[in-house]
Design a protein around this ligand. Sequence first.
Ligand code: GLP
Length: 276
Amino acid sequence: MRLVILDEYNLASEWAAKYIRNRIVQFMPGPDKFFTLGLPTGSTPLGCYKKLIEYHTSGDISFKYVKTFNMDEYVGLPRDHPESYHSYMWNNFFKHIDIDPANAHILDGNAPDLQKECEAFEQKLRSWGIDLFVGGIGPDGHIAFNEPGSSLVSRTRVKTLAKDTIVANARFFGNDLSKVPTMTLTVGVGTVMDAREVMILITGAHKAFALYKAIEEGVNHMWTVSAFQQHPRTIFVCDEDATLELRVKTVKYFKGLMHVHNKLVDPLHSMKDYKN
Ligand code: GLP
């Protein structure tokens, strides 16, 4: 596991975006070789998406041969509702880049058969395999919508939201609890564990306890993000505030490795230089 600690949110977002850019560019995607990227929603990844859009605009990266798979979606919220994850992804990311809409996969929370929808999504993920799954967490340590107590080998499925999550998400629905959807479709912990690589973004003091549970204590289904201790390639990208509950020793240890980690985000030649 790598723990990358940046001073503040914007720097953490930039680091994450550069990492994604480098991974895609190094992969050299093409019509017969798509890069597959798992993506989260929430406020945390917004800065990272903004930076990726900048890299796209400056010609450093193309998403033409990238397939994306989103982690989750609310059940029953119209697709064009401003708070649906479809709207979020299109408004904050996809409409600003050159991704083919057919390559942007988001679970359909209005599918007539939700179970079938989940199975088909899981099947797609399995057949493509995810090169890099980017995730975020809730303050209770949930990844995607894998709430406390979710099976750590779970797959894509219908999920009822925990009260804490409904309360946390109420800010997106005019602070009206009755407007927050109570059911979602979500990839499972096991689904994300299958990715070749996982990058989890954790910023803010309100996530500090979750980061502590994620990396300094054992694997525990009450803190589903802790499952990634058992993934061979996980990077946690966080800001200083998120490290507040970690031991000083842990923070010093990982900060001491920053010169190594920073090599991963060194500028690469732009994608145009890689055209064959
Ligand atoms: C929701 C999403 C998660 C996301 C979490 C954190 O629960 N399902 O995928 O990681 O919110 O959101 P934020 O980044 O706004 O704290």
